[in-house]
Design a protein around this ligand. Structure first.
Ligand code: PNS
Length: 166
């Protein structure tokens, strides 16, 4: 029987409840879902890739068909190494659509055999992004309900300068 693997790529800096909502939805429809963190040397992230990976692994340990990995370079090349048939991306609002469509069509140009599947997170997460979470945390606001408690704790430590493992 054919098993369908999908890649859920992203920066996940840090993982939010919106990402987790999408991971749970994806895990229900794909045989295997690989959450793939982009190693992007051009970006200056708040959390290092190992830190982001650790948080994602902790948050998905109850999902046996979800695996966390890292990649660099083209997503289509990485997807091929995992034998993936699809890329999963979340669309929160119409404003996401243009960028996501552009990426999906570029990926299709690069690999016509790889499909992009869009899913919508719960409406209560439609305004949520890692960028806003970082900003709120940096400015001392509460991120309760936006990220899992473990991530909120790591954010607090990070913005208070308690850890410096970057
Ligand atoms: O969470 P993000 O930052 O919106 O994720 C963007 C990501 C990682 C999906 C995208 O930047 C990506 O796929 N980068 C890999 C490079 C690539 O394949 N580029 C060409 C296709 S658009």
């Amino acid at each position: 029987m054919k098993r369908v693997t999908a890649i859920y790529p992203g920066s996940f800096d840090p993982v939010t409840n919106g990402h987790l909502d999408l991971i749970h939805r994806g895990a229900k429809i794909f045989d295997e879902l690989v959450v793939a963190i982009l190693r992007n040397p051009e970006k200056d992230p708040l959390f290092s890739v190992p830190e982001r990976r650790e948080m994602l692994e902790a948050m998905t340990e109850d999902l046996p068909n979800v695996h966390v990995d890292e990649f660099q370079g083209l997503l289509v090349d990485y997807a091929r190494t995992r034998n993936a048939a699809a890329v999963l991306r979340g669309i929160r609002a119409i404003s996401d659509y243009e960028y996501e469509l552009q990426m999906a069509l570029m990926n299709r140009k690069l690999d016509p055999g790889l499909e992009t599947i869009f899913m919508m997170p719960a409406e209560k997460y439609s305004y949520l992004s890692s960028r806003l979470v970082r900003e709120v945390a940096r400015l001392g606001g509460s991120v309760e309900g936006l990220v899992p408690p473990m991530v909120a704790e790591r954010l607090r430590s990070k913005v208070n300068g308690v850890t410096s493992s970057k």
